[in-house]
Write a protein that binds this ligand. Structure first.
Ligand SMILES: NC(=O)c1ccc[n+]([C@@H]2O[C@H](COP(=O)([O-])OP(=O)(O)OC[C@H]3O[C@@H](n4cnc5c(N)ncnc54)[C@H](O)[C@@H]3O)[C@@H](O)[C@H]2O)c1
Length: 268
């Protein structure tokens, strides 16, 4: 996609950016395109590590904000903190998410249901509800005033609904539905909203353990047509495309990034 710094002068807010998983890697990629960064997480050490790694490589401004996205008041405070330092929010990446463990949807305990829905659905809703208002007023950014990228999951798609992680699956289906609703609601303000739905990727959510991922796939009899476990850089590739001017006319899409996993389920 070239080395042009199309995000220079633009701010990217990324939740779950204290993890060495997708959050940090996407943040790094946006910095490589010139974006200033707001890194959010509940993991303070992880946030400091992300900041250190990125500022060693790129000359961009980075603010870290330790806040729980499930709490609307903390997200409102985050808004104040962000705009004390920066004058815009061009990219909002709703990336923070938890799986809550392995439970079918009806066997999950109430506290697991509440927690998974709170982070994966309400957290993204809180962030979008607070930050779209500033995006809307950024008329100087043309033709798009702001972009929202939701990190959903194949487990939230029709073919990928996963009974082993039932509540997680439902939470990601809700996030995909919100992606389309927000695209409808915010399109008239020149804000795009899209989702990326990864399949299986090597990150801390799977303890960075490829064997665990293989066992998980085998337990469901799932084959990957492209038989590779995902590299988080590939998620950053798609996020980079969605953040770039090349995708300005795309909104309301859910891009599956799964090596063909979901099309193969129940086909063999
Ligand atoms: N790894 C995969 O294979 C995979 C596949 C599909 C979807 N996803 C999704 O991608 C996203 C990132 O996944 P990852 O693998 O990098 O996970 P990860 O566990 O490495 O990172 C998630 C980060 O979110 C943070 N977080 C959790 N609750 C939070 C809260 N209330 N407020 C702020 N931050 C909070 C965590 O502290 C963590 O740093 C998640 O939404 C996940 O569901 C991952």
């Amino acid at each position: 996609m070239g080395n042009e710094k199309y995000l220079k002068g633009k701010v990217a807010v990324i939740t779950g950016a204290g993890s060495s998983g997708f959050g940090r890697i996407m943040a790094k990629r946006f910095a490589s395109k010139g974006a200033d960064l707001v890194l959010n997480d509940i993991d303070q050490d992880g946030l400091e590590e992300s900041k250190k790694i990125i500022e060693n490589e790129f000359e961009v401004d980075i603010k870290i904000i330790h806040a729980d996205i499930t709490d609307l008041n903390q997200v409102k405070q985050m808004e104040n903190d962000v705009f004390d330092t920066f004058d815009n929010v061009y990219l909002l990446v709703n990336n923070a998410g938890i799986d809550g463990g392995l439970y079918s949807s009806l066997k999950a305990k109430e506290e697991i249901y509440d927690k998974v829905m709170a982070v994966n659905v309400k957290g993204a809703w809180n962030m979008t509800k607070i930050f779209f208002r500033k995006m809307k007023r950024q008329r100087d950014f043309k033709p798009v005033r702001g972009k929202i990228i939701n990190i959903a999951s194949c487990a939230g798609t029709d073919n990928g609904l996963n009974p082993f992680i039932g509540v997680y699956s439902a939470s990601k289906a809700a996030l995909i539905a919100f992606t389309k609703l927000w695209a409808l609601e915010l399109g008239p303000d020149d804000i795009t909203v899209n989702a990326i739905s990864p399949g299986v990727f090597l990150t801390p959510i799977y303890n960075n353990d490829p064997k665990l991922i293989r066992q998980f796939l085998e337990s469901r009899g799932v084959k990957l047509p492209i038989d590779k476990i995902g590299d988080p850089e590939w998620v950053a590739d798609v996020a980079e495309f969605l953040a770039s001017p090349k995708s300005d006319y795309i909104t309301g899409e859910n891009i599956k990034l799964d090596g063909g996993m979901t099309i193969s389920i129940n086909k063999t």
